[in-house]
Unconditional design. Structure first.
Length: 456
C-alpha cells in the first residue's frame, strides 16, 4: 500500500494544528531559543557549531559523535552539553527537548540522520552533498515537504557576497543570455588516499564505535584510510570530487539560471572501479533552457582532478590564469568567470572596463537557517532547492561509474565513451539505460534504513 501525505499525517496523529506544528513552536514556549542537537562535532561539525552557536537565540542541548576523542573543541566552546555516540539514542533521550539538528557526518549517514530528525518534526541543517544517493535526495526533499520543517544544506558559499553577486549579474543580463557553462575544481576523486583497493585492516581505536561509524554502509574492517577524514574517496562512504565540490560550484549555476533537473548526462574518466572514485572526470549535462539561457538547451560541463576548460572560452587576457576552481558562464554578449570563493569577473576587459558592479551584501548562512526556523519559513537553500542540485551531482557520479574510460594512444587524452544517459526526473529513472537505475539507490544495513517519504 502506498503511503500518502494525508495518511502519513493521520497515522502520526498530526491532524491537529498543535501536533502538526514543527518542534520549534514548543521550543519557543520553553525559552525562546532554538535548541539544537549536533551529529558530528569536529571538523566541519565544529565549524558549523561555531558559526551557528554565535546566534543569540541558539542553545546546544546534545553533541553526538562516534569518536569520543572528537568532543574536546566543541566542549571548550559550549561546556556542559550532553554527549552521545548514537544519534538514535540522542533523539530518543532528548525527546521534546530539542528543536533542530545539525548534521556533519560522512556522506553515507546524511539521509538516515536527517530523515529520522524530520520524522520527529525537527528542523534540519545538513552538510553537502545533501545525500549519498540520488534516491535519498528525493526522499529528503519529500520528507521536508511532508513535515513542514525548515531545512538548509551546508553549502555556505550560497550566502556569500561572491555567489550572490554572480547570480545578480547573470539575472540582470550583464553578459546576455547564457549559452554554456564550464565548471571545474582542482581536487581529484581519490587524492586523500591514493588507493585503488581497500587497505589492510587495523585494530579499532578504543575511542571509536566502528559499528556506528559504518552505519548504513556495508560492514568492512576498520582502517585509518576511512576515519576521520579520508572516507570521501570511497564510494561506500563519500561522493568523490564532484560530490565534495559540486554542490558549491554548481550552486550559482542553478540559482542564477533557474535550472533544476538535466535531461541527459554523459561522463568520461581516468579510471574507476567499484571501490574508489576516479582521479579525473569530465561530466557533460544538458538542461532544458530557461529565460536566462540562449537556445532550448543548456550544456554544463564539469571537470575535476586538475582538468580545466580552454582559456579562450572566457575571453580573458592571455596572461591571466583561470582560477584553480570555479565556473565560466559563456554569454551572448560577454563572459563571466566566477572563482570558487572569489568575486566574479566580466570579460572581455575592454567591454566591461566601466561596468558599475552592483553592491551585494553577504548573509550568514547558518543564521539564515536559525532565523527561518524561529519564524517558521523556508530558506532559499532548503531541501526543495538543495535536493535537485544534489540529484544533479549524483547523476554525474552515476554516469562516471558507468563510463568505460579510454585514452587516445597518440595524445594520451581521455576519449569520450559511447552513450548518453537520458534522465526522467519525474519517474526517477533513465529512459534509455534501465541498467543504470540500480545506481540510483543502494541497500542499507538493518537499523540505518532510509524510509520512503509519503507521496502527495
Amino acid at each position: 500500500m502506498t503511503t500518502t501525505r494525508r495518511s502519513f499525517l493521520r497515522s502520526c496523529g498530526l491532524a491537529t494544528a498543535v501536533a502538526a506544528a514543527p518542534a520549534v513552536v514548543r521550543g519557543r514556549d520553553l525559552n525562546g531559543r532554538l535548541q539544537i542537537a549536533c551529529v558530528g562535532v569536529d571538523g566541519m561539525g565544529y565549524a558549523d557549531i561555531t558559526a551557528t552557536g554565535d546566534h543569540p537565540k541558539v542553545a546546544f542541548v546534545g553533541f553526538c559523535d562516534i569518536d569520543a576523542n572528537r568532543f574536546a573543541k566543541a566542549d571548550a566552546k559550549h561546556p556542559g552539553v550532553r554527549h552521545f555516540a548514537d544519534y538514535r539514542d540522542m533523539f530518543s533521550t532528548l525527546g521534546d527537548g530539542y528543536d533542530a539538528v545539525l548534521i556533519d557526518t560522512p556522506d553515507h549517514m546524511h539521509a538516515p540522520v536527517a530523515v529520522a530528525a524530520m520524522q520527529a518534526r525537527k528542523h534540519v541543517y545538513c552538510q553537502k552533498p545533501l545525500s549519498h544517493t540520488l534516491w535519498e535526495s528525493r526522499q529528503m526533499q519529500r520528507w521536508a515537504e511532508a513535515t513542514g520543517v525548515t531545512t538548509q544544506m551546508g553549502n555556505q558559499i550560497h550566502s556569500n557576497a561572491e555567489y550572490r553577486l554572480a547570480t545578480r549579474l547573470i539575472r540582470d543580463g550583464a553578459i546576455g543570455r547564457v549559452r554554456q557553462v564550464h565548471s571545474w575544481v582542482g581536487v581529484t576523486g581519490n587524492e586523500r588516499t591514493k588507493l585503488l583497493a581497500p587497505p589492510a585492516a587495523a585494530p579499532v581505536p578504543p575511542n571509536v564505535d566502528w559499528n556506528l561509524w559504518i552505519g548504513a554502509a556495508p560492514m568492512r574492517d576498520y582502517a585509518p584510510a576511512y576515519h576521520p577524514f579520508m572516507w570521501r574517496d570511497w564510494q561506500d562512504f563519500g561522493c568523490g570530487g564532484l560530490g565534495d565540490f559540486g554542490c558549491h560550484i554548481l550552486d550559482p549555476v542553478f540559482t542564477a539560471l533557474g535550472i533544476t533537473a538535466p535531461q541527459s548526462v554523459r561522463a568520461r574518466n581516468s579510471g574507476i572501479n567499484d571501490q574508489i572514485w576516479p582521479t579525473q572526470e569530465i561530466v557533460t549535462y544538458v538542461f532544458p533552457g530557461t529565460e536566462f539561457t540562449a537556445g532550448k538547451d543548456l550544456e554544463v560541463i564539469w571537470m575535476d582532478g586538475g582538468l580545466r576548460p580552454e582559456h579562450t572560452l572566457a575571453r580573458m587576457p592571455g596572461d591571466k590564469p583561470l582560477p584553480r576552481a570555479g565556473s565560466i558562464f559563456v554569454g551572448e554578449e560577454g563572459c563571466m568567470v566566477l572563482p570558487h570563493v572569489g568575486m566574479p569577473q566580466l570579460y572581455p576587459v575592454e567591454k566591461y572596463a566601466a561596468y558599475a558592479m552592483p553592491k551585494v551584501e553577504p548573509l550568514n548562512h547558518r543564521h539564515v537557517w536559525v532565523d527561518a526556523c524561529l519564524a517558521g519559513t523556508k530558506t532559499s537553500d532548503g531541501f526543495h532547492y538543495a535536493g535537485p542540485l544534489t540529484e544533479t551531482v549524483h547523476l554525474g557520479n552515476i554516469a562516471t561509474r558507468l563510463a568505460i574510460p579510454t585514452r587516445d594512444a597518440v595524445t594520451g587524452r581521455l576519449v569520450e565513451p559511447e552513450g548518453v544517459l537520458e534522465w526522467d526526473a519525474a519517474t526517477m529513472s533513465f529512459r534509455n539505460a534501465p541498467a543504470a537505475d540500480r545506481l540510483i539507490t543502494k541497500p542499507y544495513r538493518k537499523g540505518f534504513e532510509v524510509p520512503a517519504a509519503p507521496t502527495a
